[in-house]
Design a protein around this ligand. Structure first.
Ligand code: UN1
Length: 491
């Protein structure tokens, strides 16, 4: 098997040190997906230099023409969707339906934001002075570095790369070491679609690359998705040069179930929100806050359905939940199960690593439900990023909203109710970036802003038109055609 290198200035090349890293299937670690460059600071610097050199050419390439190349990229991805999804399941573990969704999300994002190449609207406004014209337009910022996670290995790179490109910036991407293949596929498609050399660069590797991407003086924008701990580091690294920083970090998202809810619907939502992607979404429903009047009925059904979920290799059509991404992630899950036990919560189902037979080759854990959880417990406050759901009780919508808000994060939240008054109250009072009514906390669509409040983010949003705000800066332009000096605010 040949090793896949970095993509710098339009060429694939190995890390300068020759070092490589292995990418293995989390459902079966005997399967080597490939070896990739384990890059150092020098490789990252080379990529930034290539992106810097390509910037002038790309920013002057008309935006509608940029869009045409991106539309072509979307078409290529769509034509290979099934193969790309299979490779993604092999490297990341989530089930095929979900990796198809991940690829689809990249297609959707590419079509949606490419179309901005014919808009990128600014404003025109009347001037307060006679014979003077006023307008504002979006200008590209320069080299954008991107650090992306393993849970959405193609969708999240697309969320960052496509808006950056359509605005006229150039890019250096560092995908997670755990899922470089899907990012490589994405970048190869962009190259095939005709994006000029140096406009998109990819450097695989670990923290040594991340360090350069967040500190180098020639990087103007840093967009990061990952843990809150690393996001803090990114922010600190980028601060001395006043880089524009976009951070999308953790979540502790809650589904609130009222006593008038359609319980079957809520149940399906909790299973999908809690155990979809093995709980490894930043939008995962890791808390369920249930009205006391329906609590016991809900828990009984939820536990029965959660323990019946079929866990296994995501390539098997019958599998409903795949493995954790790595031994480290699985150990984190195991340690939180222990924390929950010690805090006095009840393990209503699951709670153990799955072993024996094919399970021994991967990182599998039982779908786990904790009941008797109180808002102060760590399992109700900290992000676990695994198949563990904590069930809490509430007596009213106000109490549920209070519990939902009482965590450090603010990404997504949802309510199940048939009562429009309760739905609107919750919609208004829950302080998250995303909110759902009668649907789980996952499943955001590309044309609306995505992101969260407080420890989830730093005020920016990706997706939607909001993504353009991260990757462009406003320029206000005044044209005076009076032929004389006119003084604003004075004449
Ligand atoms: C993430 O959880 O990291 O809304 C991204 C969703 C997906 C994206 C999730 N469309 O669940």
């Amino acid at each position: 098997m040949t090793s896949i290198g970095n993509f710098i200035g339009g060429e694939w090349r190995p890390a300068q040190s020759g070092a490589t890293l292995e990418n293995r299937n989390p459902a079966d670690t005997s399967e080597l997906i490939g070896t990739f460059a384990d890059s150092s600071a020098a490789d990252a610097e080379l990529a930034i230099a290539a992106a810097r050199r390509a910037f002038d050419q790309w920013r002057l390439f008309p935006a509608p023409k940029r869009a045409e190349l991106l539309f072509k990229a979307a078409q290529i991805i769509a034509s290979r969707k099934e193969d790309l999804a299979r490779d993604m399941t092999r490297e990341m573990g989530k089930v095929l339906d979900e990796t198809r969704g991940d690829v689809q999300e990249a297609i959707d994002m590419t079509y949606f934001l490419a179309a901005e190449g014919r808009r990128l609207h600014g404003q025109t406004a009347p001037s307060e002075l006679r014979d003077k014209f006023a307008m504002s337009l979006r200008q590209p910022i320069g080299v954008c570095s991107m650090i992306t996670p393993w849970n959405f290995p193609m969708a999240i790179p697309s969320w960052k790369i496509i808006p950056a490109l359509v605005c006229g910036n150039t890019v250096v991407l560092k995908p997670s070491e755990l899922t470089p293949l899907s990012a490589v596929h994405f970048v190869k498609v962009l190259d095939e679609a005709g994006i000029p050399p140096g406009v998109v660069n990819l450097v695989t590797g670990g923290p040594a690359v991340g360090e350069v991407l967040t500190t180098h003086p020639d990087v103007s924008v840093v967009s990061f998705t990952g843990s809150t701990a690393v996001g803090k580091l990114v922010n600190q690294n980028a601060a001395p040069h006043f880089k524009k920083v976009h951070l999308e970090m953790g979540g502790k998202n809650a589904i609130m179930i009222m006593d008038d809810a359609n319980l079957e619907l809520a149940l399906e939502g909790c299973l999908w929100g809690g155990f979809g992607t093995t709980g490894q979404r930043c939008t995962a429903a890791s808390r369920v806050i249930v009205h006391e009047r329906v609590h016991d009925r809900f828990v009984e059904a939820f536990v029965a359905r959660a323990s019946a979920l079929r866990v296994g290799n995501g390539l098997e059509p019958s599998t409903q939940m795949g493995p954790s991404i790595s031994e480290r992630q699985l150990q984190k899950v195991i340690s939180y199960v222990e924390i929950g036990r010690q805090e006095g919560a009840t393990i209503a189902c699951g709670g153990r690593r799955l072993t024996g037979g094919a399970f021994d080759a991967g990182f599998f854990h039982e779908p786990t439900v904790f009941t008797g959880v109180t808002p102060s417990m760590r399992i109700a406050r900290e992000e676990i990023f695994g198949p563990v759901v904590s069930v809490l009780k509430c007596g009213s919508v106000d109490e549920a909203v209070g519990i939902a808000n009482d965590v450090a994060y603010g990404l997504s939240c949802s309510i199940y109710t048939q009562d429009i008054n309760r739905a609107f109250k919750a919609m208004r009072d829950v302080y998250t970036g995303i909110f759902y009514v009668n649907a789980p906390t996952i499943g955001a669509e590309v044309h609306l802003p995505f992101g969260g409040t407080r420890a989830t983010g730093n005020g920016h949003r990706e997706a939607g038109l909001a993504a353009l705000d991260v990757f462009s800066e406003w320029k206000s332009i005044y044209v005076d055609f009076s032929g004389k000096l006119q003084r604003a605010q004075i004449d």
